[in-house]
Design a protein. Structure first.
Length: 97
């Protein structure tokens, strides 16, 4: 069973909602290249609120993702696209269907 995940909340700067949406969609190709990332979801929660939820089989894979190209690209674009710092939470999955 998958146990390890990340839940990331992102708030777009006013007027940058579409750019953040496009950035997240473009990150899919990077996620597909990560062998340790089992599932990767980019989400729109509200008009300017976005998120990422991803799952991993091991803590090492989760850490590799946190130090990988998506995180680096997001941190690089954060000052331009986000109204604040990303909220990154390590989440343990309790049950999966």
């Amino acid at each position: 069973m998958l146990k390890f995940s990340l839940l990331v909340k992102l708030e777009a700067k006013a007027g940058k909602e579409q750019e953040l949406s496009d950035f997240l969609k473009s990150a899919l190709s990077l996620a597909q290249q990560e062998a340790g990332t089992v599932n990767w979801y980019a989400l729109q929660i509200g008009a300017s609120t976005f998120g990422i939820f991803d799952t991993f089989e091991t803590e090492a894979a989760r850490e590799a993702h946190l130090n990988g190209p998506i995180a680096a690209a997001l941190l690089d674009k954060a000052p331009e696209l986000l109204s604040g710092s990303p909220v990154i939470e390590k989440v343990d999955i309790l049950a999966v269907k």
